[in-house]
Design a protein around this ligand. Structure first.
Ligand code: GCU
Length: 344
C-alpha cells in the first residue's frame, strides 16, 4: 500500500516537472517572438516636406502603418515631415547616395534628372483632374514611374497635388498684361522657369521652405501653387491676391532609393508597392476636402480670389506655345498620347 502511494507521489512530481518545463519553454518562445516583433529587421527613413496634417503626410503615415502591419513589424518606416530632412532637391541627392530610403516629392524635382518627365507637368496639358488621373493611372503613368530608374530611384505611386495658380503680394493678376515684369517664385525647375518667362514675368527658382520669407521681404512679387500649400505654408499672410487660373497640375511621386529596394526580397517589394498604391488612394481621397478647407481659410483671412476669364486664359495658353513647341520636337508622340485621353 505504502509502495503504491510512493509510486503515485513520484508520478505526480514527474508530471509537475514536465508541466513546469513546458511552461518555461512556452514562455521563452513567447518572449523570443515578442522580441522579434519589437525589433524590426529594417528601419527606413521617409522624407516629406509638407506639414504634419497635410494630405501627403497623412498618406505617408498610412503607407508606414500598412507596411509595418503587413510585415508583422519586420519593416518600420519613420516618416519625417516638415522638410526636416532637407529640400526636395537635397532629399533626392541623399536618396541617390544612400542617406534616405523613401520620399514623396513633386514630379518637377525628378524632371530635373529625367527630362522626359517634364512632359507630365506642362501647363494646360490636362483639361481637368479626371484627365490627369486617366493618364497617371494608365499605361503612361506606369511607364513614367519606371523612368525614375534613370536617376537611381524606384517610382512607387502617384499622389494628388491639385491645380496650381498664381498669387501675388502687391497687386492682382487679372490679365496676361498684369504678369509683365512680376518676379514669380517657381520650383527648381527649368520648364517652369521657361513658362514664367514666356508669360512675360521673371522666374525666381527657390526651394519651397524659402517662399514665405521671399514674399515677405519682397524678394519675389508672387508665387504659384495649389490652395493647400498656399494655406499650409501660410503664404496667404504675405500674398493676398490669388488668381485661379489652374495653369498646371504637377503630380507628386512616392519614391524609394534603388539601393534600399535592392536590399528587399521580391515578396517585400511587392508588399511595399501594394501599400504605396493603397496609401495613394487614401491621399487622393483626403485631397479635395483639404483643398476646399484651405481655400475657405484663406478667404476668411482676407485673401481676394480672382478668376481668370476664359479669354485671358486663352492668351496665357497662346503665350506659352513656344515652350510646347520646344518639348514637341522631342516628345511630340507622348504629348499627343496624353492629349488623346482628354474628353474634349
Ligand atoms: C507643392 C508640393 C511640394 C513642393 C511645392 C513647391 O506644394 O507638394 O512638394 O515642394 O509644391 O512649390 O515647391
Amino acid at each position: 500500500m505504502e509502495r503504491q502511494s510512493e509510486k503515485q507521489k513520484k508520478r505526480t512530481i514527474a508530471v509537475l516537472l514536465c508541466c513546469i518545463v513546458m511552461a518555461a519553454a512556452g514562455m521563452t518562445l513567447y518572449l523570443f517572438e515578442r522580441q522579434k516583433e519589437s525589433v524590426p529587421e529594417y528601419v527606413f527613413t521617409y522624407a516629406e516636406n509638407q506639414t504634419a496634417d497635410y494630405p501627403t503626410t497623412l498618406g505617408a503615415l498610412k503607407f508606414a502603418e500598412l507596411v509595418e502591419e503587413r510585415s508583422q513589424g519586420r519593416i518600420r518606416i519613420l516618416v519625417q515631415a516638415e522638410g526636416v530632412l532637407g529640400s526636395e532637391g537635397d532629399v533626392i541627392k541623399q536618396m541617390r547616395y544612400g542617406g534616405i530610403d523613401f520620399a514623396r516629392v513633386s514630379l518637377s524635382q525628378i524632371s530635373e534628372y529625367v527630362p522626359e518627365m517634364n512632359v507630365l507637368q506642362l501647363p494646360y496639358l490636362y483639361e481637368d483632374s479626371g484627365h490627369m488621373w486617366r493618364v497617371l493611372d494608365g499605361e503612361i503613368g506606369e511607364r513614367f514611374l519606371g523612368y525614375a530608374g534613370e536617376c537611381d530611384l524606384v517610382g512607387l505611386s502617384w499622389y494628388d497635388a491639385g491645380a496650381r495658380n498664381f498669387y501675388c503680394s502687391n497687386r492682382p493678376v487679372r490679365t496676361l498684361q498684369d504678369m509683365r515684369g512680376l518676379r514669380i517664385r517657381v520650383q527648381e525647375s527649368e520648364v517652369m522657369s521657361e513658362v514664367i518667362a514666356a508669360l512675360g514675368a521673371v522666374p525666381i527658382q527657390m526651394p519651397y521652405d524659402q517662399v514665405y520669407e521671399a514674399l515677405e521681404r519682397r524678394h519675389a512679387d508672387g508665387a504659384e501653387n495649389n490652395w493647400s500649400s498656399f494655406e499650409a505654408m501660410q503664404h496667404y499672410e504675405v500674398a493676398r491676391y490669388f488668381t485661379v487660373d489652374e495653369h498646371a497640375r504637377i503630380p507628386e511621386m512616392q519614391i524609394c532609393a534603388e539601393h534600399t529596394w535592392e536590399q528587399l526580397s521580391e515578396q517585400d517589394r511587392q508588399m511595399i508597392l501594394d501599400c504605396a498604391r493603397e496609401s495613394a488612394l487614401y491621399e487622393r481621397e483626403l485631397w479635395s476636402e483639404h483643398e476646399k478647407q484651405a481655400r475657405e481659410k484663406a478667404l476668411h483671412n482676407q485673401v481676394q480670389e480672382i478668376w481668370l476669364s476664359p479669354q485671358e486664359k486663352e492668351k496665357f495658353k497662346a503665350a506659352i506655345e513656344p515652350v510646347y513647341e520646344k518639348y514637341r520636337e522631342e516628345y511630340g508622340d507622348v504629348i499627343e498620347e496624353i492629349l488623346s485621353l482628354s474628353k474634349s
